[in-house]
Design a protein around this ligand. Structure first.
Ligand code: SAH
Ligand code: SF4
Ligand code: F3S
Length: 475
């Protein structure tokens, strides 16, 4: 990182010369929480190079897209946005465009960029993130008319852990804290292991040091991040497993909540549940992606658990942690999934009673095993199943919301509420504002209050629930 800092200073000078003022950067991150966190690191590094930030591509001197490759439509969206940016570049030749993240790591994508997007100056994968200052430096040296050369760094290495990358956090209340990178699970449908490389965990002392500094800076919620957080420390080198690390974070003195994402059911141990049960700072919310409720499909997905094993850990957790809420990810229409198999997913959803679900129709990804499998069910049929799934989830999820009415709960006030929310039909009382927060289960709640409550824990009584939203009154 020392070397990178030197590049930052050098780039600052080059950028100021190029634009005659401090440059404006547009940074957009897509995909999972980790990729958002990487986006904040990109902003941190650009800020060190003297950049200020804009949301508008018309204003941007540098446009940087940190992309997601998880499904085809995520990629198509990015190509659309990239088209707009390259159009801007035709109007302003000194604009710089960079594409990074998971899409950049795919050969098909970097080839397409070379072929069809000559306006893109810099392309680098997730492994090269920490080298952004150096790569931008190279780009600037070659971004002179007549000598222009595009810079690519998408080498397929397993990734390093770079400590000390500056991070620019927009949110002053909640912070993400990566604890591990990559994935070794190779679910047959998933591109993540191909683009993010093998699992590697940060040292516990680095994680705890960062957690302490977040608490000192006043953050009220820390989310430990990883593609598979509960395989933290699995190779033994870290001297701590995930439940131990989670507890060590919760033991840091201060008034804050801890969450974590994502945990894989195969590594969700009783030890993890017991740790959650005895630590009030760890939120009563567990994201445990099941993907399917049928054993044949789970096996074909290479998930390493059965329906019964999944339900067993859910039952254990419900017993140990009364009031625990589950959320999950589901894939509809995995290659070869039959109607009967899909119905087992519906029955599992009913049995668990999820608060909310992230639901996806299977999307074949290049280089994955599932992309080679026979996929006889027509897209229209999959869409029908998908709608059915949403209806079942709506019915089950709303029960949990309705149950909240009348309860007084501690919530974390995160900011202002949306104008078109559950309280939009009511006038804002004098001296108050429409605020929003979240319960420890992760339910969004709107209420009227003093804006100085933003960033604080507040006791609120739930007065109404509708359409996966709650309204409350301060007690
Ligand atoms: N590491 C996490 C998930 C990361 S990806 C885990 O294993 O739980 C987030 C979700 O995207 C997955 O849980 C899955 O439901 C969905 N997903 C991944 N690849 C997909 C594909 N090819 N098609 C459709 N959905 C997919
Ligand atoms: Fe993808 Fe499976 Fe790894 Fe999750 S655990 S990132 S779904 S391969
Ligand atoms: Fe997408 Fe990469 Fe995350 S593929 S979900 S941004 S790890």
């Amino acid at each position: 990182m020392e070397a990178q800092r030197a590049f930052c200073a050098e780039n600052k000078r080059l950028l100021e010369n190029r634009y005659g003022r401090s440059p404006k950067a547009l940074v957009r991150a897509f995909g999972c929480a980790q990729n958002m966190d990487d986006g904040e690191k990109i902003k941190g590094m650009l800020a060190e190079m003297g950049c200020t930030f804009t949301e508008s591509v018309e204003e941007a001197d540098i446009a940087l897209y940190n992309t997601c490759a998880i499904r085809e439509n995520a990629e198509q969206k990015v190509f659309g946005i990239l088209g707009q940016a390259t159009h801007q570049k035709e109007l302003r030749r000194d604009m710089l465009i960079a594409l990074c993240g998971c899409m950049a790591q795919q050969k098909e994508v970097s080839d397409k960029l070379r072929r069809s997007f000559p306006g893109v100056d810099l392309v680098f994968g997730p492994h090269a993130l920490y080298k952004l200052p150096q790569l931008l430096h190279e780009t600037l040296l070659h971004a002179v008319p007549g000598q222009r050369k595009r810079v690519y760094d998408t080498e397929d290495i397993d990734g390093v852990i770079a400590e000390g990358i500056p991070t620019l956090r927009e949110d002053k209340v909640r912070a993400g804290l990566p604890i591990m990178y990559g994935c070794n699970n190779f679910c047959t449908y998933c591109v993540v292991p191909l683009v993010r490389g093998r699992e590697r965990s940060r040292r516990p002392e680095d994680v705890l040091q960062e957690a302490r500094s977040l608490v000192e800076a006043g953050y009220k919620e820390i989310t430990l991040l990883g593609q598979n957080v509960n395989s933290y420390g699995k190779n033994g080198e870290e001297g701590m497993d995930f439940p131990e690390l989670l507890e060590a974070v919760a033991n840091i003195p201060g008034d804050f909540w801890v969450r974590f994402m994502t945990s894989h059911p195969r590594d969700c141990t009783r030890k993890l549940i017991d740790t959650m049960a005895r630590n009030p700072k760890i939120c009563n919310s567990l994201h445990l992606p099941v993907q399917s409720g049928n054993d044949r499909v789970l096996k074909a997905m290479n998930r390493h658990y059965t329906r019964e094993q999944y339900l067993e850990i859910v039952r254990y957790a419900k017993e140990k942690i009364p009031g625990l809420h589950f959320t999950s990810d589901i894939i509809v229409g995995f290659p070869g999934e039959t109607r009967e198999e899909f119905e087992e997913t519906l029955s599992l959803i009913r049995e668990v009673g999820y608060q909310s679900l992230f639901t996806f129709i299977f999307s074949p990804r290049p280089g994955t095993r599932a992309a080679q499998m026979d996929d006889p069910v027509p897209a229209a049929e999959k869409s029908k199943w998908f709608q059915e799934l949403l209806a079942v989830q709506k019915e089950c999820g709303m029960k949990l919301y309705d149950r909240m009415t009348g309860q007084t709960v501690k919530i974390l006030c995160e900011g202002y509420g949306k104008e078109k929310g559950i309280l939009s039909d009511q006038p804002v009382p004098a001296g108050k504002a429409l605020l929003m927060g979240r319960t420890e289960e992760g339910m969004v709640i709107d209420f009227f209050g003093d804006p100085r409550l933003i960033g604080q824990f507040v006791p609120v009584t739930v007065i109404k629930s509708a359409n996966f939203a709650l309204a409350g009154e301060i007690r």
